[in-house]
Design a protein around this ligand. Structure first.
Ligand SMILES: Nc1ncnc2c1ncn2[C@@H]1O[C@H](COP(=O)(O)OP(=O)(O)OC[C@H]2O[C@@H]([n+]3cccc(C(=O)O)c3)[C@H](O)[C@@H]2O)[C@@H](O)[C@H]1O
Ligand SMILES: Nc1ncnc2c1ncn2[C@@H]1O[C@H](COP(=O)(O)OP(=O)(O)OP(=O)(O)O)[C@@H](O)[C@H]1O
Ligand SMILES: [Mg+2]
Length: 284
């Protein structure tokens, strides 16, 4: 299987619901996000930002935005491969850092993962894929978070999240893994808009259109795991989670079935715990 999967064209038609910014909106959003990054750094008296670079469009877009906001010397990229990460994705990540001229380190996290997985080598799930995803994959995301914070602490920097609006809304992040960050610059942007921003910022066209993968089990794409195409997920979240469109109407607009719409809504509901602070008895 081709690991670094690319979709063909930059201006591919968006179906079923085109959520891309107008040219003026795009300029405004770019400025809004770069101002946001500057404000976060200023407010916390930080000396810059750290972020994980995976070779995917989300981290690529955030890296470009961070450089635009702070200048390249204030941005530190961390490329943290494990055995399941394809060489193509890791060299894409390295190319982003080199093209932007930012400092970056490549740290193999396999030795740490091996130590951690040796703590509980017992079988915990019946399905091997599920085990790999939920247990090993989530652990690797938490190891990356730990490395990000190690560097951030040492250099008085903030950890930038790369979660987009859909991932954060559906909890499609590992709790305290890639979800463990100081702020989320592209947290308001649908995936289509992230691609648009990345293109506008001058990211490589191949990266702009690259098929999303999680860096957990690298041969699995997000769309395959969730079972729904990204443009459709964007549409359902926009219409029914962020908007108030009824299920049947949303299914019609998004050119899908009510069952798919309900599946996405269920992900949003079930993962509320990832969008809120841990509850205390006084919250009840
Ligand atoms: N109702 C509730 N209230 C409070 N806490 C609750 C809870 N339900 C579960 N939990 C806690 O949350 C844990 C489960 O959450 P978590 O550990 O995140 O694990 P989980 O949500 O099962 O898995 C993470 C999902 O995010 C996807 N992901 C992760 C990272 C990157 C990407 C990507 O595309 O780049 C995708 C991954 O493929 C998977 O589908 C449970 O073990 C439990 O501790
Ligand atoms: N091998 C890796 N090294 C460093 N950071 C990583 C690695 N894999 C994942 N990450 C971090 O986890 C984040 C979440 O992964 P995710 O796949 O959602 O984003 P992406 O790869 O940037 O874009 P896409 O979702 O389109 O694949 C990444 O943006 C990156 O910050
Ligand atoms: Mg990815």
């Amino acid at each position: 299987m081709e690991l670094s999967q690319r979709q063909p064209q930059l201006d591919a038609e968006i179906t079923p619901l085109d959520l891309r910014f107008s040219s003026d909106e795009l300029t405004a959003e770019r400025e809004r996000i770069t101002s946001f990054i500057q404000e976060q750094v200023d407010r916390h008296d930080a000396d810059g930002v750290v972020l994980g670079l995976s070779g995917g469009v989300d981290s690529t877009a955030v890296a470009h935005l961070a450089v635009e906001a702070l200048g390249r010397s204030a941005v530190h990229g961390l490329i943290l491969p494990r055995d399941v990460n394809s060489d193509a994705n890791m060299s894409d990540a390295e190319r982003v850092a080199v093209d932007l001229g930012i400092r970056y380190d490549v740290v193999d996290i396999d030795p740490v993962m091996d130590e951690l997985l040796a703590i509980d080598a017992g079988e915990s799930a019946s399905d091997e894929d599920d085990w790999a995803n939920r247990f090993v994959g989530n652990t690797s995301a938490r190891v990356r978070m730990t490395v990000n914070y190690l560097v951030a602490n040492k250099e008085n920097k903030l950890v930038l999240g790369t979660g987009n609006r859909v991932e954060l809304s559906l909890g499609y992040v590992t709790k305290y893994g890639d979800g463990g960050v100081d702020c989320n610059p592209i947290g308001n942007c649908y995936k289509q808009q992230v691609r648009q921003l990345a293109a506008d910022l001058g990211a490589d066209e191949g990266l702009v259109q690259k098929t999303p993968t999680g860096g957990m089990v690298d041969y699995e794409t997000d769309e395959k795991e969730i079972g729904v195409e990204y443009d459709t997920i964007d549409a359902i979240v926009a219409l029914t989670v962020d908007g108030n469109v009824a299920t049947a109407a949303a299914a019609e607009i998004a050119d899908t079935t009510p069952a798919v719409v309900e599946h996405i809504q269920e992900l949003h509901r079930d993962n509320e715990h990832k969008r809120t602070a841990p509850p205390m008895p006084t919250d009840a």
